[in-house]
Design a protein around this ligand. Structure first.
Ligand SMILES: N[C@@H](CCC[C@H](N)C(=O)O)C(=O)O
Length: 277
């Protein structure tokens, strides 16, 4: 069968977006891995699926798969692309779109300037929510990795994140430590790993080694997790500009009882059709 899709990106974090409201298809893990391959397939960091909601109070169900075929709970850059996609495809005319994800509900606002504002929910620091094996909820946790003791923040944005503060993201050991922390046995469902350089209380640089996709040019939930961790440690103050290799995001978290808010772009690259084998 031929599957219609759209290629999109949020700051270079790229997606294959598939409308399963008007099409019928079932993608197996192996097919997702093939489609994600940058030489033998279409190439993407995540596959985003638009489905009808199961909850009648929601507009859509938003499902996310990493390049390795694993289904995940949340994707921030994907959420912005999702909002642009459902409006461009005329699946909705709303500017405020409510979606259900495996990590909880999200509210997406398509602004008049074309940027998308996402209510990302509250960060969760309880280690059990990631899940992360740790004695209790604390701003930093000691983690033994390859003979070194690292001190990481552990945050759930629906999906799990570890955040490590570094002096300089340009020389941070992302390729070496990223895969080791991602697969650390204390993270039973693996983890996304952020390397954060604090530039000032309102500005960070960030590189993220993503669970199931490797290092990406940007990670929306990673940006939220880094800002939440930095604010909790007293290093940052809302709003914070996050510089990622693919561009910048603005993250607000003015009040610990409030949701984090992310504002950024969403770009459509091309539409295509692919034969599913
Ligand atoms: N790129 C994303 C996060 C995608 C999911 C992540 N790799 C996971 O496994 O949790 C973002 O922009 O948030």
């Amino acid at each position: 069968m031929l599957l219609h899709f759209t290629k999109m990106h949020g700051l270079g974090n790229d997606f294959m977006v598939v409308d399963l409201v008007t099409q019928r298809a079932k993608l197996l893990d192996e097919q997702i891995r093939q489609l994600a391959d940058r030489r033998f397939g279409i190439g993407f960091d995540q596959l985003l699926i638009v489905e009808p909601p199961r909850d009648p109070d929601m507009d859509f169900r938003y499902r996310i798969y990493n390049a390795d075929g694993s289904e995940v709970e949340n994707c921030g850059n994907g959420a912005r692309c999702f909002a642009r996609f459902v409006r461009d495809q005329r699946l909705t005319h709303k500017h405020e779109i409510h979606v259900e994800t495996a990590g909880g509900p999200l509210v997406l606002h398509v602004q008049h300037d074309g940027l998308v504002r996402v209510d990302m929910g509250k960060p969760r620091f309880n280690p059990a929510t990631l899940p992360f094996e740790a004695p209790g909820d604390q701003p930093l946790h000691a983690l033994e990795v390859a003979g070194e003791t690292l001190h990481i923040g552990a945050i759930s944005m629906g999906n799990p994140h570890a955040v490590l503060q570094v002096d300089d993201v340009a020389t941070a050991p992302v390729e070496r430590l990223g895969p080791l922390i991602e697969a650390h046995p204390r993270f039973a469902k693996r983890v996304n790993v952020g390397f954060m350089q604090v530039v000032s209380p309102s500005e960070i640089r960030l590189r993220v080694f993503e669970r199931g996709s490797g290092e990406t040019l940007a990670c929306g939930t990673g940006a939220c997790a880094a800002v939440a961790s930095g604010i909790r440690q007293g290093l940052l103050k809302s709003p914070v500009t996050v510089h990622l290799p693919g561009g910048q995001l603005s993250i607000e978290w003015p009040d610990p009882e409030a949701s984090l808010v992310m504002v950024g772009p969403a770009t459509r690259v091309f539409d295509g059709r692919v034969a599913l084998t």
